[in-house]
Design a protein around this ligand. Sequence first.
Ligand SMILES: CC(C)(COP(=O)(O)OP(=O)(O)OC[C@H]1O[C@@H](n2cnc3c(N)ncnc32)[C@H](O)[C@@H]1OP(=O)(O)O)[C@@H](O)C(=O)NCCC(=O)NCCS
Length: 145
Amino acid sequence: MVMADLPAVLEVEQQAYPWPWTLGIFRDCLRSGYECWVMELEQALAGYSVLSVAAGEAHLLNLCVAPAVQGRGLGRWLLEQTLNLARWHQVDTVFLEVRHSNRVARHLYEQAGFNEIGLRPGYYPAGQGREDAVVMARPMRFPQA
Ligand SMILES: CC(C)(COP(=O)(O)OP(=O)(O)OC[C@H]1O[C@@H](n2cnc3c(N)ncnc32)[C@H](O)[C@@H]1OP(=O)(O)O)[C@@H](O)C(=O)NCCC(=O)NCCS
């Protein structure tokens, strides 16, 4: 992902999330040197992921597939590529937070070897009040990794 991708990224972000990231957040991620990657399908933006890496840990900050092409295995593929990046950085663990109600994402992460390790109460804005975040972790140094 480069700055020139951001208009298309923001468009997908706004389609995919009820509380999307702002342009400023994506800019900050790029400027901070996070692993920000886009996935293209027939020259159109199909998804992206953002991974921060520090001190032997990685945090998956965003994983998104454009709604028009969801449910075709692209999310799984993008997650695998992002875990490969984490492996390349030789991290011990990849962490993430996901909305409690996001069943598709939680299923995807569980299938990819993430375990639930905690809950952050009221972490996300929600239609009525706030929603809990499920915190998940995936060990990267076990034989299975
Ligand atoms: C979560 C997300 C990345 C998954 O990407 P995707 O391309 O739609 O998912 P895939 O096609 O790779 O499918 C992954 C798994 O989810 C299941 N799945 C996908 N869409 C589903 C749906 N609508 N209902 C139920 N299960 C679904 C698939 O069956 C597959 O599981 P399986 O291998 O056991 O069959 C995508 O839905 C998305 O971008 N959502 C909006 C942004 C978001 O919530 N990101 C995660 C933030 S933590």
